[in-house]
Ligand binder design. Structure first.
Ligand code: ZN
Length: 302
């Protein structure tokens, strides 16, 4: 057996944020289906402006329900100090702070420069640690920006190094607009890993241009063991033109498990969660594996 991977399901956050809002009850149904897959970590919402992201305006109401599922680690995304305060007040103990590596996306996303977002890492770490919680810094736009063009890999590594210096507990890099390819993924992972020694760098990938799983595999070969994905491949950034779905959890699980890499996630239950997400959103999932009906079963066409 090869080294196992630790997948974080981001469907309730990334998967829903560009969609028409669904009810809190529908989100609870989705989270329930995701918990049934055995996934250990779920990013459930983001604490951001309800005007900017109306689909996640009920973050507090979702957070209030999380006691239903003991044993699962829940987290939420934030984009600034106000979001951190709301997330902590709502009882979250794992917070993801997103920092865009480009000014164009950072301005569109949070209305401040990349550098100003980096400067906020230290006070956010202080606030989060003061509440006994943990902070992950996610470096968004780690490959290309829809406004500024290619992101210099050194800029991504620099942000990671400064997040480490500021006391962040973990680091991920995100291909927010889904333009990365395997070699560039490996290159950025190597640079960020060198800039964050001793950190287990995570990868957040989108399949916008069909490269998502290839990039995940490249990341694995470069030492990545933590991956984000969304059941049914839903998702995308509202502030990045052309962005589309996350890599799908079911395809990621299929790829790793078939390769002898344990995920701890049940594939049949993940396919069911993808169907639930599709039904709740009223649109088909972007998942080849789901379209094929799952892994090949002898005697059944597909
Ligand atoms: Zn994303």
């Amino acid at each position: 057996m090869s080294a196992p991977v630790d997948i974080r399901e981001v469907g309730p956050r990334d998967g829903l944020q560009i969609e028409a809002p669904i009810t809190t009850e529908a989100k609870i149904e989705l989270i329930d289906a995701l918990v049934a897959t055995g996934v250990g970590r779920i990013e459930v919402t983001s604490f951001v402006s309800p005007r900017a992201v109306p689909a996640l305006a009920d973050a507090e109401a979702v957070a209030a329900q999380l006691g239903r599922w003991p044993g699962v680690t829940f987290s939420a995304l934030v984009a600034g100090m106000g979001g951190v305060r709301r997330a902590l007040a709502a009882g979250l103990t794992r917070i993801e702070y997103v920092v865009s590596a480009s000014d164009g996306h950072s301005m569109a996303n949070v209305g401040r420069s990349s550098e100003d977002s980096v400067t906020l890492i230290a006070p956010i770490v202080e606030l989060v640690h003061g509440a006994g919680a943990e902070l992950e810094v996610i470096v968004a736009i780690a490959f290309d920006c829809p406004f500024d063009g290619p992101t210099p890999p050194q800029r991504v590594a620099e942000i990671a190094a400064r997040a480490v210096a500021a006391g962040a507990d973990s680091i991920s890099v995100a291909d927010t607009v889904g333009t990365a390819t395997p070699r560039r993924t490996g290159d950025v992972v190597d640079l960020v890993s060198a800039a964050a020694p001793g950190f287990d760098v995570g990868l957040h990938l989108h399949n916008t241009r069909g490269q998502g799983l290839a990039n995940a595999w490249a990341g694995y070969e470069h030492g990545v063991r933590r991956f984000d994905s969304a059941a049914g491949g839903f998702g995308g950034c509202p502030f990045a033109p052309g962005a589309s779905g996350n890599i799908s959890t079911e395809e990621l699980v299929y790829m790793f498990e078939d390769s002898g890499i344990a995920t701890g996630i049940d594939l049949a239950a993940t396919l069911e969660a993808a169907r639930v997400a599709s039904r709740l959103l009223g649109k088909p999932a972007d998942s080849n594996l789901l379209r094929a009906g799952g892994p090949l079963v002898p005697g059944r066409l597909g």
